[in-house]
Ligand binder design. Structure first.
Ligand code: PA5
Length: 421
């Protein structure tokens, strides 16, 4: 289970007890469906999605059998979770590893022509399939990238062969992709109507790319279920402390991992909290960092800059990697006493030392500790953050499940390009 250690932040948070009470009541309303908001279907995903696992696995097996590459086309909630899962559970170097499963490339998450060309060059002559993920079916970035890869598939395999290699994940009825999917006979998966993009990682949106990357998706769902059964209080405590800190003037939250494998989890987390909370002139600004790397860039500001931020550290009891420091007397750099120590011990020392330094410097630090970095842990972390985010956003007084602000740039972009919105 995830453990939230609040001791490094409580003294910055004013009177915490009433805020915790409020968080518990808000959670109860969210769970009971009486929070006055739509889009809470993600609460049931850990239960419901078990039924979809066999179909997802069979699609993943087909992709693994006939493709050396899976191209995942999607943006925002339609890609961030899958990328986070692969980096967190497998490796940030997943594509470069020798393995029996396809490389997974993410495209359609920007409008860079160069990025598309680079991915096309990386695929080369290899066999590939496409997973086009878009709830609306009309988002410019993935829709324009899909055209490129649909044509490449058709050129390589003919239209029937191409259709058999296109896997669509979209809305059941409403999205603009549904009609095309049915007409062309693409294998397809449903994003439930009451699940918004940033809450959809535990639907086929995240499950199919994860399964292709040899991730145990049933374990991911088990971890998420564990949170629904045993982790609600911990999620409410985290949400409450975020709010207490926000009300005490802390406007920025920095999510910190001590492993490169957590960087893309930070990207997913930023979207989850940013799109859920940042509304009506309110909300904590979500930022992320990787330590110790960023202690050599952002570290000065965190230690000594304006006192408007707080940090949330994410780490695990079971460390990643077993490599140790080598004894080398020729190197007169003062590190000789570390010979034989594991890098994970150094990393843990950095975590403890940084935490204390930042608290001493006036930065509240919340610590979230996972048992390990497995698929089960990832599922727990996802459901934990989603639950906390829903509660925290409701306590901010905004709707956690809409994103009206995203439309503003789209409106201008479409107008500049002469497109109907
Ligand atoms: O969380 C959200 O709803 C958004 O980030 C969407 O996921 C993103 O805009 C992509 O939308 P769509 O899946 O409709 O292409």
């Amino acid at each position: 289970m995830i453990k939230a250690d609040l001791t490094g932040a409580l003294s910055f948070a004013g009177d915490f007890a009433p805020v915790l009470d409020e968080a518990k009541q808000t959670l109860a309303r969210l769970l009971a469906g009486s929070a006055g908001v739509d889009g809470t279907g993600w609460l049931k995903l850990p239960e419901q999605m078990s039924a979809v696992v066999p179909a997802v696995m069979s699609a993943a097996q087909r992709i693994c059998a006939d493709s050396q590459v899976l191209v995942v086309i999607g943006i925002g909630g339609s890609y961030l979770g899958a990328r986070a899962a692969i980096d967190f559970i497998q490796s940030v170097h997943y594509n470069a590893l020798k393995k029996n499963t396809p490389d997974v490339y993410f495209v359609g998450n920007n409008l860079s022509g160069e990025h598309l060309e680079q991915v096309i060059a990386l695929i080369g002559n290899r066999d590939f399939s496409v997973n086009y993920i878009s709830k609306s079916g009309s988002t410019l970035e993935p829709a324009s990238a899909f055209r490129v890869f649909k044509k490449r598939l058709t050129d390589k395999y003919g239209s029937k062969g191409a259709a058999s290699r296109i896997y669509v994940t979209t809305d059941a009825e409403k999205g603009k992709l549904r009609a095309l999917t049915d007409r062309e006979g693409y294998t397809s998966f449903v994003i439930p109507d009451d699940v918004g993009g940033r809450y959809s990682v535990l639907t086929p949106v995240g499950l199919l790319p994860a399964a292709v990357a040899d991730i145990d998706i049933a374990a991911m769902l088990d971890g998420a279920r564990d949170i629904m059964e045993n982790g609600q209080d911990e999620a409410a405590r985290y949400a409450a402390l975020r709010q207490a800190l926000y009300r005490a003037g802390r406007k920025i939250e920095l999510l910190v991992g001590f492993e490169p494998s957590l960087v893309s989890t930070g990207e997913w987390w930023k979207q989850l909290f940013g799109e859920s909370e940042g509304k009506n002139g309110l909300g904590i600004f979500p930022a992320s960092a990787q330590f110790t790397t960023d202690l050599h860039s952002l570290g000065q500001y965190i230690q000594d800059g304006e006192r408007t931020l707080f940090e949330t550290f994410v780490s695990a009891e079971v460390p990643r990697g077993t490599i140790t420091v080598i004894a080398d007397e020729a190197l007169e750099d003062g590190l000789a006493p570390l010979a034989g120590e594991s890098f994970s011990k150094l990393n843990d020392a950095a975590r403890q030392g940084t935490k204390q330094a930042h608290i001493d410097g006036g930065v509240p630090v919340i610590e979230l500790r996972l048992p390990s970095y497995t698929a089960y842990d990832f599922g727990m972390l996802v459901q934990f953050f989603e639950l906390s985010c829903g509660v925290s956003a409701l306590m901010t007084g905004v709707n956690p499940f809409d994103q009206p602000g995203v439309e503003a740039y789209k409106k201008n972009l479409y107008a500049i390009l002469g497109l109907q919105k």
